[in-house]
Design a protein around this ligand. Structure first.
Ligand code: NAD
Length: 281
């Protein structure tokens, strides 16, 4: 296990690629959008410089990441030598299935295929590939370099060897793991989506301001971040896709807050667009 390909260089993909390269893996970070690749490169460059300045990493580690991490828009180039592919494209089942079909055309036979989906079924995505036993979900958290956990979710056909390989990779990335039996939203997204949605409904009902809802959960319930600032960090478009999947699969309790729908329609996507529940401009 030496080469990792990360597909999708958005919020999660860039963080996974950075963390993997820092852990000594040879990493190819791929996106269909050249702008997204450039943005990821700029983000990782400034994260490296800040981390060295603040003393979180040594300058040799910055050199290691620069040496280990390659950026590309070419899927074949990214996956043809990969031992592990981690997919971090948008939360859309059809697109994920189609992307894995294309990955399989180029990747070596032994490759382990992992999806970073927040909610979706690794059984369903895995079943659409030629190697469901080599398919698993590896659910990272945002920001990847700081968050300790990876949820490992087995599909029905995921082999023990596959779980063992991704657990070893997670350990090398200095992450803790939990093993989850597949169910929509796993443990964390299922819980977190409900809390965030309730906060948005409270805001819509005029129960309290954005700041006071977040403050109440931080100081009253000891959450490290408020649910609205966390939704901004996740990306409101990503959160809406998660809610829609959970609503479709688990029912009424997960109906997306109309406020979330309205924010996404208006282009308020959170930090990534400069504006969400808070203003980042
Ligand atoms: P994002 O919108 O920030 O980035 C997605 C990237 O995928 C974009 O750069 C887009 O250009 C690229 N892309 C789209 N189609 C592609 C394709 N066919 N091939 C290559 N690249 C493609 O999304 P994100 O927030 O990073 O989420 C990615 C995945 O990670 C989703 O499944 C999401 O549910 C999951 N996730 C997100 C978070 C979070 O906090 N944002 C946390 C855990 C898991």
């Amino acid at each position: 296990m030496n080469q990792i390909a990360v597909i999708g260089s958005g919020t999660m993909g860039r963080g996974i690629a950075y963390t993997a390269a820092l852990s000594g893996y040879q990493v190819a970070l791929q996106d269909i959008s050249p702008e997204a690749v450039k943005k990821a490169k700029d983000y990782i460059g400034s994260l490296l410089n800040q981390s060295v300045e603040k003393g979180y990493i040594k300058s040799e580690q910055r050199d290691l990441v620069n040496q280990n991490l390659k950026y590309t828009t070419g899927l074949q180039e990214a996956v043809e030598r990969a031992d592990l592919v981690i997919e971090a494209i948008i939360e859309d089942m059809d697109l994920k299935i189609e992307t894995f079909k294309r990955i399989e055309q180029y990747a070596p036979v032994h490759v382990i295929l992992a999806t970073n989906t927040s909610t979706m079924s690794p059984t369903e995505i895995g079943a659409s590939t030629k190697r469901p036993e080599q398919f698993v979900a590896m659910h990272f958290f945002n920001p990847v370099h700081r968050m300790k956990l990876i949820e490992i979710i087995r599909g029905m056909d995921t082999s023990d060897d596959t779980v063992e390989v991704v657990r070893t990779v997670a350990e090398k990335m200095k992450k803790e793991t939990v093993e989850i039996n597949e169910f929509p939203g796993f443990v964390t997204s299922r819980m977190n989506c409900l809390i965030g949605n309730e906060a948005m409904n409270m805001l819509m009902e005029g129960v309290a301001s954005v700041e006071d809802i977040d403050k109440a959960l931080k100081l009253g319930l000891n959450h490290p971040m408020g649910p609205l600032e966390l939704a901004d960090l996740v990306g409101l478009d990503s959160r809406l896709r998660n809610m829609e999947y959970l609503y479709h699969n688990l029912g009424e309790k997960y109906r997306p807050s109309p406020l979330l729908v309205k924010y996404v329609k208006s282009g308020r996507l959170g930090r990534k667009s400069g504006k969400g529940f808070y203003n980042y401009q």
